[in-house]
Each structure stands twice: as C-alpha cells, then as structure tokens.
Design a protein around this ligand. Structure first.
Ligand SMILES: *[C@@H]1O[C@H](CO)[C@@H](O)[C@H](O)[C@H]1NC(C)=O
Ligand SMILES: *[C@@H]1O[C@H](CO)[C@@H](O)[C@H](O)[C@H]1NC(C)=O
Ligand SMILES: *[C@@H]1O[C@H](CO)[C@@H](O)[C@H](O)[C@H]1NC(C)=O
Length: 284
C-alpha cells in the first residue's frame, strides 16, 4: 500500500506534539468507504484515495478509479456525517485545523498524457489547472491547510524502466522531464493560489527530488534495491498481479519499491521522514 499513484486526502488531528510521530495519531488512515468505519475514525482522519485515480477525467475513464470530483462528493458526505455527530461548530473546527494531503498526477502522466496527443508542456499546464481547481474546491469546503504533492520521478518507477528504459532499464528521461515540467509549474502557482485564498496554507510537497536521492544513493538510506520491486520479478507486476507466480523477495525492507509502481513500507517511512518536518513548518 502506498500513496505513490493514488489520490489521498488525509485528514488528521494534529496535537501539539508534532512531528515526533510523523503527523499521525494512528498508524493507518482507514478508507472512508470501509463499511465498518466508526465515528472515531471520522474524527481522526480518513482516506478518500482510489487506486488509479488522477486529476484528468480521462484517466479515471481508463482506470475505472473513483474520479477526483466524486471523491469530493464523498468528502461532502463525510462532512455531513461529522456535523450530524458532533455539531456544525465542532465539525468546522476539525476541518479548519487539520491537514489535507492531495496526491495525484502519476496516472495522468502514464495514461492520459500520451493519449492526449498534446505537447508535454500544454498537457502539464492543463494538469496544473486541474490541480489548482481541485485545491480551490477543497478550500470552498472548509480546508485551510493543504499539502499538494508534486509528481514523482515517473520514469524511475520500475515498470517504466522496464517499458521505456532500454536494455539497461535506465530511468525514462522523457517521463521524468514531463514530471518536472508539471512540478515547476505547480511550484510556481501554489503560492499565488495561497495568496488568493484568505487564511490558507498551501504547501508544495516535493515528491521528486527526495526519491531521486534515495534511488541514486540507496545505501545512504539503508536500502539495497531501488530499480526493481520486491514482488514477483520486480520488473512489471502491479498489485494483484504480484504474487501469482514468483512470490515476493525475502526481505522487503531492502527495497524502495514493493511492486513495480508503488513504494514499499520502508520506502514510505524514509520518504515521510525526509518530508514531514518541512511540511509541518509550511502548514503551521
Ligand atoms: C470515456 O471513454 C469512452 C470510451 O472511450 C468515451 O466514449 C467517453 O466519452 C469517455 N468519457 C469521458 C468523460 O471522457
Ligand atoms: C491554465 O490556466 C491559465 C490561467 O487561467 C491559462 O492561461 C492557461 O491557458 C491554462 N492552460 C491550459 C492548457 O488550459
Ligand atoms: C524515521 O524517523 C524516526 C524518528 O526519528 C526513526 O525512529 C525511524 O527509524 C526513521 N525511519 C526511517 C525508515 O528512516
């Protein structure tokens, strides 16, 4: 489970004791759609992510994930439940003071950019616009502290090395460049958006450079393998195609990626450790 290619909106109650235990008051954010979800889960944070989602409706049309705007509808439904349970004022307090993380764009680059036929910079500009309007919608619903992830180095995902990286399975430079065009535009636009939305804190979360650093210096982070996933051959398998034939690697704590598109658990921890201190500073 990883947040590499999925949209996540996390709502988390932040006590004053940050960032010792990351941002968390609990180990995992449960999915909002889990039928067994309890009111206490709603109070401390839930996840609206859908595997394969993206900002571009064309992406979810291909992947059949829950479109971003439908995820916003789920969030509205969540708000209603919160108000019913704890009252309007308390609900507002939670939404205002807690953190939202928005993580998307990888699937847009993998699925919709090539299909669009548009030049990279035109597609990326459209994607940035979709990102900014999504953030604005969250703001309209009450969110004030919003972290927006950049794209990761898409070309260094093990699957993209296999498909686009030649015999040596190098990082696919054209895809990394698409990601960087998007990231640079996004990084420029978020402060402008923030200044237009009173009382908002909107942080750009760099998901690109920390991963490049880990990929290029695995031993510095206690890792051994950063160009293959732990499951199956590590070259191509994703999620449910993972354990059909080959099983998994003996020790996933040495791998940055669990499957060919998603970080391993240790990979998530390392990334979070690199990122959280700066994020907290930017949001509070
Ligand atoms: C989704 O894809 C189908 C089939 O390719 C197409 O007919 C439809 O217009 C698409 N929907 C959107 C919202 O683009
Ligand atoms: C994105 O929005 C900006 C500002 O509204 C606009 O100038 C630009 O043309 C848009 N980009 C695309 C590709 O639609
Ligand atoms: C992350 O930071 C915590 C607290 O400093 C530390 O205990 C943990 O070992 C770190 N994890 C990784 C994977 O670096």
């Amino acid at each position: 489970m990883s947040f590499l290619v999925f949209l996540l909106i996390k709502l988390q109650r932040l006590d004053n004791k940050i960032p010792a235990e990351g941002l968390g008051v609990k180990e995992y954010l449960p999915p909002y759609l889990d039928p067994s979800i309890q009111i206490n889960d709603l109070l401390t944070g839930v996840c609206f992510a859908s595997a394969g989602s993206g900002y571009d409706p064309q992406t979810t049309n291909q992947t059949r994930a829950i479109p971003m705007l439908d995820q916003l509808d789920l969030f509205k439904e969540y708000l209603g439940k919160l108000e019913t349970n704890i009252g309007e004022e308390a609900a507002k307090e939670i939404i205002t003071n807690n953190v939202f993380l928005v993580v998307a764009s990888t699937n847009d680059m993998l699925f919709s950019l090539p299909a669009s036929g548009l030049p990279d910079d035109v597609y990326d500009s459209m994607l940035v616009n979709l990102t900014l309007s999504f953030v604005q919608e969250l703001y309209k619903l009450g969110a004030r502290k919003i972290g927006v992830f950049s794209a990761p180095p898409v070309g260094c995902l093990p699957v993209e090395r296999t498909l686009e990286g030649g015999l040596l399975r190098m990082c696919a430079e054209n895809q990394n460049q698409q990601a960087q065009i998007f990231n640079n535009m996004l990084k420029g636009q978020l402060p402008i958006l923030e200044s237009n939305l009173p009382q908002s804190r909107i942080a750009f979360v760099d998901f690109y450079n920390p991963l490049i650093s880990i990929i290029n210096n695995p031993e510095q982070y206690g890792l051994e393998v950063t160009n293959r996933g732990c499951c199956g051959t590590g070259l191509i398998e994703f999620s449910y195609t993972c354990n059909q034939l080959v099983g998994t690697c003996p020790d996933d704590s040495k791998y940055l990626f669990f499957d060919s598109g998603h970080l391993s658990e240790i990979g998530c921890y390392i990334f979070a450790n690199l990122t959280l201190p700066g994020l907290v500073e930017n949001l509070f």
